[in-house]
Structures are given as C-alpha cells and as structure tokens.
Design a protein around this ligand. Structure first.
Ligand SMILES: [Zn+2]
Length: 255
C-alpha cells in the first residue's frame, strides 16, 4: 500500500509540473529560460533567476568583484584546469549564457544532491533547496541564489563553442574534492563555480539585507571560509593539473 501511495504521489507530482518560457524583465540580454516545475516552484525559480540577472546588469557588482581579480580561479580541478578571474566570469555570464531549462527534481530520488547540470541543456535543482525561498529570510533566499549562480557556471559552453547537448562546459567541478576539516588541502575555494556562487550571494545580501557596500568583501571571504574549515589557509588540490593551476595559492585573509 505504501508503494502505491508513493507511486501515486510521484505521478501527482509529475502532473503538477508545468513548462513556462520566461524572458527576464531584469536584463534585456538574458536568454529565454524554460522553467519546468510546479507552479509554486516555478515562481520561486523565476524570482531567484531574475534577481541574478539584475545583479549581472548592476555596474556596482562589476566594480565590487574587481577586488577579487588578483585571485586566480580554476576552471576545473583536473588536468584540463585553466585559470581565470571573476571579471572574466562576469563577461562570460553576460554574453555566453545559452537558453536552457531550469527545473526542479524530487528530493526523494536525489536526497543528497543539491542540483545537477548539463552544459548547454539545463539545471535541475533539488525541491528542498528551491523551497528555501519560501522561508523568506534573506539568508535562506541567498542559499538558492548561490546554488543557481553556481549551476549557471556549469551551463556555459566552452569559449568559442557552439552549444549542443554534448558540449563541454566552460567551468566544471571535474576533479573536485570536498574540503574537510582535517585535510590541509582542498579546492572548493578556488573553483569558479563555488566562488561565483559566493560572489552573487553576497551581492544579493548587500542589496536586500542592508549589509553596507563596504562589507561585500567581508561577506565573500566569510562564505569562502564558511563551514568547518578556513579555506584561506588551505592549499589548493588538483588532479594531475596544468602548471597554470598549480600556481594558484590560498586566498588572502581580509585586510
Ligand atoms: Zn558544481
């Protein structure tokens, strides 16, 4: 009986999914987005996506992230790793983000994963993460903003590539090893995807939480160093990587 109820629930969930084509009103150049989720979750995803588009368009954001351009970021953590900087990621986001799908996926089927993204195709976000938007605190909403901004880096195709379903992403987490408190090495803090999520989350919080503009840097360093480890002191770890990425050094602490 339980199995039947579970299956019926899944069917009901699927039946409630709508597909909505969304053109952001916050940034004229934003590519159209296809949102596949329940009507409630569609509204949450669109609200968060539009907040991110407004941030991409904001000249104060472009100015603020220049303070991080001295810190090389890694396009992946494996042998294909190259370095880039925050301002270049912004330029790529504004010019190369393709039309893609933004959907929800059931957390019962993917209990441990926050999201899954295929370059040029789309991102599917765990329903529990989407629903944090309803908690309505800026911190909770910022978590969804961070996830969407992170996943958007994975949607981007490689520079100069034409998008197809087999495209390679410009920024991946290949070779990524999660930071652990007892390990002296990690690479979360240096990957484009993680840093970009933190930069956009802090821009959102500066805008909505009333954090003074001067505290943007502190907010970013706080997120980069969040969790059980202080990543600023950790040594970047890459898998058989290019010498370019081996030269990445730990983040400097806030001055
Ligand atoms: Zn990722």
């Amino acid at each position: 009986m339980k199995g039947f109820i579970f299956a019926a629930g899944l069917l009901l969930g699927a039946a409630c999914t709508t597909s909505v084509l969304h053109q952001s009103t916050r940034r004229a150049d934003a590519p159209p987005l296809t949102v596949e989720a329940s009507p409630e979750r569609t509204a949450r995803l669109i609200a968060a996506f539009d907040e991110i588009q407004a941030i991409l368009e904001d000249p104060t954001f472009a100015e603020a992230i220049k303070a991080f351009d001295h810190q090389p970021l890694a396009t992946s953590a494996d042998e294909s790793c190259r370095t880039t900087k925050a301002s270049d990621v912004l330029a790529a986001m504004k010019t190369r983000l393709p039309s893609h799908v933004l959907g929800s996926r059931c957390s019962l089927l993917h209990p441990l994963s926050t999201a899954a993204t295929t370059a040029c195709v789309g991102s599917w976000i765990n329903t529990r993460r989407i629903d944090r938007w309803e908690d309505a605190t800026k911190e909770q909403r910022g978590t969804l903003i961070n996830t969407l901004a992170h996943e958007m880096t994975h949607v981007l195709p490689e520079e100069g590539a034409v998008c197809s379903s087999s495209s390679d992403g410009a920024y991946t987490d290949e070779g990524h090893i999660e930071c652990k408190g007892d390990q002296p090495q990690c690479n979360d803090a240096f990957l484009v995807s993680y840093v970009w999520g933190d930069l956009v989350e802090c821009a959102y919080r500066v805008k909505h939480e009333g954090i003074p503009k001067a505290a943007f840097r502190e907010c970013v360093m706080g997120l980069v160093n969040s969790g059980q480890v202080t990543r600023a002191t950790l040594v970047p770890q890459f898998k058989n990587t290019s010498s370019e990425c081996q030269s990445i050094t730990p983040w400097k602490a806030v001055e």
